[in-house]
Design a protein around this ligand. Structure first.
Ligand code: HEC
Ligand code: HEC
Ligand code: HEC
Ligand code: HEC
Ligand code: HEC
Length: 464
């Protein structure tokens, strides 16, 4: 009897494993693009959601000119080996419908060019884990979503817990090299190992609500005629890309990317209050990744650049020290550190072509909640005028200028440098008594101006 139950137990386990194995990711060419509905179809009822998604990097994931250039290079370098691989995330419908290959996109339907679109995300019915796009997609009448009680005249609705979890994003926001397994994009794994995962602060909480660094409810209706709900997710999903959004004329997304970058980190400066001429002065600047649930930078972080520009000027406005300015060719000059990771190819040489990488040469990205400190030392010249001002600015750039010049041609696109955060300090003449050590101010502060304006308006109204 005992043996029988053990036997049944084993059989059940095997059956369950069999089912798990049956959940294979949707294969290339298994479906047809006509199985999917174009996003235009959803506008009729989900107009607001559509206007949020349209113009995002998801909607542009295939037509993104930077992607297309890199895809072309990758396809050439590997004799087409990576064609389906890259495309599975950048045009998922193109791959499951067998429209890619060919790599030149000549067989792609309009809907496949919509990149990561409405009907793709909402017909994902399951996933075989995270990384390298192991999605199972079941296009048709049913739209899967976060609601358990949703009703629509156009389609069936089904609740999918996966959709509300970071693992949904982790299907694509985790990339490993298809041949050697090197982890190239670790956004999801870095989140998974952070306190954000422990506290259940998901990608959706920061990227699909007005909160930016935490969940913030957005009450409303998700479709015309639908019931009012406590929270409707925002589909204007942005990261730090203020470069391609600019080229694609996605002005809202560019602004939102800048706003997001401004909230990702905090700066702190430790600088002496006084210093003598002809002596070395040391200031420390620390950077904390206080707002992102993953490393900064993340994603294609070997291409992204974060660095500090530290500048010291004297009382006459003369520059005494500079680390991290960009020169006329867009190169970063003598920065203390460029925060990103450097990948190496089979010869051990640094490469930005991540499809050729098989090792990590260095990694100094700033982890979630992590603080790093830079030390800057400069000699205070004999003739420096007091007081001195130390300014530190945290900068972000989507790609090195050199790479963009190489791909698009010199002088075609200037990669914008975004100021994420600023901090400053003043260093005084040791001879200045402490009570006279006040920061130099040439113009009245904004607070003073605002008060004057308000008083003036009140005065004008009273005398009408
Ligand atoms: C990158 C994948 C993705 C794309 C593209 C996408 N959605 Fe969503 N959508 C989600 C996720 C994830 C949620 C649930 C988020 C949560 O509740 O945590 C969601 C929620 C919804 C909901 C439920 C109501 C709400 O807003 O919370 C509707 C309706 C919806 N999406 C419609 C659309 C339409 C229409 C489009 C295209 C214009 C679209 N989605 C594009 C991922 C996506
Ligand atoms: C005829 C109007 C109509 C059209 C067209 C339409 N929807 Fe909906 N949809 C609704 C309504 C109404 C709801 C219910 C919303 C609610 O319960 O808050 C809904 C709900 C949803 C949900 C939430 C499902 C859940 O269980 O969480 C998703 C996802 C969704 N729609 C996706 C889409 C997509 C993708 C398209 C385009 C292919 C689309 N819808 C087209 C009316 C429509
Ligand atoms: C605590 C809030 C928070 C959470 C959780 C979070 N993010 Fe972010 N994310 C940010 C902020 C802030 C930025 C801007 C900093 C940056 O671009 O490096 C950002 C940037 C990004 C970028 C652009 C990266 C770059 O440097 O170019 C991507 C992609 C991204 N997030 C995806 C995700 C995914 C996927 C998840 C879940 C696995 C997630 N985020 C979880 C706040 C968050
Ligand atoms: C089907 C794959 C796929 C899924 C699922 C997916 N993404 Fe993306 N996502 C992409 C691709 C591809 C890009 C980059 C497009 C480009 O820049 O060309 C991207 C871009 C982004 C960006 C913009 C990055 C930047 O540098 O500005 C953010 C933020 C982001 N995704 C967050 C999310 C979140 C949050 C989820 C889950 C709700 C999610 N994604 C689900 C494939 C996906
Ligand atoms: C498993 C999914 C996945 C695969 C496979 C993938 N990508 Fe991406 N790709 C992404 C995501 C997610 C982002 C957004 C990350 C970010 O913004 O930093 C992205 C961003 C990019 C970007 C930056 C675009 C921009 O506008 O800044 C380029 C370029 C790119 N991918 C090229 C490729 C190439 C070439 C391949 C194949 C060798 C490839 N990707 C394979 C998911 C993927």
């Amino acid at each position: 009897m005992k043996h029988v139950s053990v036997f049944i137990f084993i059989a059940l386990v095997m059956l369950l494993l069999g089912f798990a194995n049956a959940a294979e990711p949707t294969a290339s060419g298994e479906l047809s693009s006509s199985d999917f509905s174009e996003s235009d179809r959803c506008t009729e009822c989900h107009g607001i959601t559509y206007s949020q998604w349209d113009d995002t990097m998801h909607a542009n994931a295939y037509i993104d000119p930077f992607y297309l250039k890199e895809f072309d290079a990758a396809s050439n370098d590997t004799d087409g080996l990576v064609d389906s691989f890259c495309s599975r995330c950048h045009t998922p419908i193109g791959v499951v419908s067998g429209e890619i290959p060919p790599a030149d996109g000549s067989h792609l339907s309009e809907i496949a060019k919509e990149g990561v679109n409405c009907d793709f995300c909402h017909t994902v019915s399951a996933s075989n884990g995270t990384g390298n796009a192991p999605f199972i997609v079941t296009p048709g009448d049913v739209k899967w979503g976060p609601f358990k009680d949703s009703e629509s005249a156009f389609h069936e609705s089904e609740y999918l817990e996966l959709e509300t979890r970071a693992e949904f994003c982790g299907m694509c926001h985790e990339v490993s090299h298809p041949v050697n397994g090197l982890l190239i994009d670790d956004t999801y794994p870095a989140w998974k190992n952070s306190t954000y995962a422990e506290e259940d602060v998901t990608c959706q909480d920061c990227h699909m609500t007005p909160g930016i660094t935490e969940f913030e409810a957005n009450p409303g209706r998700s479709a015309s005629g639908a019931p009012r709900r406590d929270h409707i997710s925002l589909h204007r999903i942005v990261g730090g890309n203020a470069f391609m959004t600019e080229i694609l004329n996605a002005d809202n997304e560019k602004e939102m990317a800048i706003e997001r970058l401004e909230q990702a980190a905090t700066l702190n400066m430790d600088s002496p209050e006084i210093a003598n001429r002809s002596e070395n002065v040391t200031v420390q600047v620390s950077i904390t990744n206080s707002g992102a649930g993953h490393n900064i930078p993340t994603g294609v972080s070997e291409i992204r650049q974060i660095w500090l520009e530290v500048k010291v000027t004297d009382g006459e406005g003369r520059e005494i020290y500079n680390a991290g300015a960009t020169d006329t060719r867009g190169e970063i000059v003598s920065a203390h550190t460029v925060y990103n990771n450097v990948l190496g190819d089979a010869q051990g040489d640094a490469t930005l072509s991540f499809w050729l990488a098989d090792r990590v040469l260095s990694d100094n990205r700033i982890g979630p909640k992590e603080t790093v400190t830079e030390e800057h030392t400069f000699l205070l010249p004999e003739d420096a005028e007091y007081p001195l001002t130390v300014d530190a600015t945290l900068k972000y750039r989507s790609a090195p200028q050199e790479l963009i010049d190489h791909l698009f041609g010199e002088g075609v696109h200037e990669v914008p440098v975004i100021d994420m955060k600023e901090v400053s300090a003043v260093i005084y003449d040791p001879a200045t008594p402490p009570e006279e050590r006040v920061p130099p101010e040439s113009t009245p502060g904004f607070g003073v101006l605002a008060t004057v304006v308000v008083l003036l308006i009140v005065y004008l109204f009273k005398n009408r």
